[in-house]
Ligand binder design. Structure first.
Ligand code: XMP
Length: 516
């Protein structure tokens, strides 16, 4: 939870030392869920600086490098001599081994995916847990000789040292990833590290997060004025509620209706926010967006144009407000990694990430939700007193229906999608199977059909419904056939321009949730 250090300086906390692993925020989040504040700091942070924060424990993340790469991130040996309990995960385990004189062997094929693990000796980490466990492995190199003083505590078929420890020095290491759901006892293992090894007392919760975030916002914003783009989605709404609570009277919310909203959504957003304690400004900018997008079919170009226009409209509107010092954004953690700002590959550029162009004159950006995952944002929203209709609204991408109309965008095609999507959402209200996000996608592919005696040649529409807790991965929701049948029937009968309906049954990965 970087950025809240000042307010949380003296709290019980676990520091996560970052060595570039994909899952570092997930580790921090798991620790928070288990009731202890956790902050991510660079892996090479000086031990003195670490000690100043008095952490009850350290977790070393995984990372893409090999410890033999001279440029790979490292921590000093002092980290392991400080007396602070350490848990090394994946690369963190290899680094611990390398620094303490064990052997790490470079692997050729590696080990990826779920695998069976056998616990081989008593360990606090596995106390009371089954001897045979399922863990997620994702590594090339592996430890082949533990450092002196260490006991090997588990193995898998391909990894003879799947975990090891020197309990007397409180040094623990696991080759697998306890932070992911695929490691079935992962949460229990982390909990044992936090409570049994580190002796944490726990009790950290969302109310603490709120307090720290409010203190951090006050510190950053002072008496300045803040402008926020309200999309109607959970993230920006929670962000607005939080900022309004931190600095009442200083927040102006601009709702840019880009004409890419779902059916009736613009009015709903207005109704939900107009009566609240915010300066709410609605800008009807459909024409601006549709003309900027005319003829554009490439998904990334669409996103970039929408991002650009959004900022422009925003700038214009905020200028009307007179002097505004800060811009707020409801960026959450999955937005950041998927936009490639974390040294990972760019999957999609989420238009609300990546900073502002130079010509926008704000002192800074306020992003109080940055370390949170979606479900944490919802919990915070409820805590801030937002209604369920907003807090449990399904997520909607910033570029809106632009990324759900494949190919060129026209008002007509958008309306077709809006009508079909509305029907599907209506039918989904009757579904006994919960889906975290569900919507329709209008493809650019047409197919032949027959209505009465006539041949038709209309667009194919896809329905998508997924189950996920963090939107970084998802599974297709097993929606009952009768709901799919009824939706399809109603759509082809009631919506002009749709000739065929299909159901997308692809998980993420390899697919993403949105089609573009
Ligand atoms: P993907 O398609 O990347 O989506 O698997 C993951 C989640 O993020 C939403 N999404 C976005 N949200 N701006 C946003 O604020 C965007 O540009 C954007 N693109 C996708 C998507 O709806 C899903 O919930």
């Amino acid at each position: 939870m970087t950025g809240f250090g000042g307010a949380a300086m003296n709290k019980e906390k676990i520091l996560v030392l970052d060595f570039g692993g994909q899952y570092k925020q997930l580790i921090a989040r798991r620790v928070r869920e288990l009731g202890v504040l956790s902050e991510i700091i660079p892996g090479d942070t000086d031990i003195q600086k670490i000690k100043e924060q008095s952490p009850v424990g350290l977790i070393l993340t995984g990372g893409p490098n090999s410890v033999y790469d001279p440029a790979s991130p490292k921590c000093g040996a002092e980290v392991f001599k400080s007396g602070i309990p350490v848990l090394g995960i994946c690369y963190g385990m290899q680094l611990m081994t390398h620094v303490l004189g064990g052997t790490v062997t470079e692997g050729e094929t590696g080990e990826y995916g779920q695998t069976g693990m056998t616990v081989e000796s008593d360990s606090l980490l596995y106390d009371g847990l089954p001897r045979l466990q399922t863990v997620l492995m994702s590594h090339k190199d592996r430890v082949t000789a533990a450092p002196a003083g260490f006991t090997v505590t588990s193995r898998t078929e391909n990894c003879p040292i799947a975990s090891m420890e020197d309990a007397s020095r409180k040094l623990y290491a696991v080759q697998f990833h306890p932070e992911v759901n695929d490691t079935l006892n992962g949460r229990d293992i982390l909990s044992r590290f936090i409570y049994r090894v580190c002796g944490a007392r726990g009790g950290y919760n969302m109310a603490d997060y709120e307090k720290e975030a409010i203190a951090a916002i006050r510190e950053q914003v002072g008496s300045g004025r803040v402008v926020l783009g309200l999309s109607g989605g959970v993230d920006s709404a929670v962000c607005a509620a939080l900022i309004a609570k931190a600095v009442p009277g200083q927040l102006h919310c601009i709702f840019v209706d880009h004409g890419l909203m779902r059916k009736t959504e613009g009015d709903e957003v207005e109704a939900a926010f107009s009566g609240r304690d915010l300066d709410f400004i609605r800008v009807n900018a459909e024409d601006i967006f549709l003309s900027a997008l005319r003829g554009v079919t490439d998904p990334e170009t669409k996103r970039k144009i929408i991002g650009r226009e959004f900022v422009r409209v925003f700038e214009r509107e905020s200028q009307k407000l007179g002097s505004v010092d800060f811009m707020a954004q409801g960026t959450i953690y999955p937005d950041i990694i998927e936009s490639g700002t974390n040294n990972s590959a760019v999957i999609k550029s989420h238009h609300d990430v990546g900073g502002l162009p130079d010509d926008i004159k704000f002192k800074g950006i306020v992003e109080p939700l940055k370390p949170l995952f979606k479900d944490e944002v919802r919990r915070l929203g409820t805590q801030l007193g937002l209604p369920d209709s907003i807090v449990h609204r399904q997520p909607f991408p910033g570029p809106g229906l632009a990324v759900r109309v494949i190919g060129e965008l026209t008002k007509e095609r958008l309306d077709t999608l809006r009508d079909a999507d509305f029907i599907f959402r209506e039918e989904m209200k009757n579904s006994p199977v919960h889906a975290d996000q569900y919507f329709a996608v209008l493809t650019d592919m047409r197919s032949v059909g027959v209505v009465g005696d006539f041949r038709t040649y209309d667009y194919i529409l896809a329905l998508r419904a997924v189950q996920t807790s963090d939107f970084m991965t998802c599974e297709t929701a097993p929606i009952p056939y009768d709901i799919l049948f009824r939706s399809a029937k109603r759509i082809v009968n009631e919506v002009r321009g749709v000739g065929r309906v299909v159901y997308d049954i692809t998980d993420k990965p390899p697919a993403t949730i949105e089609w573009e």
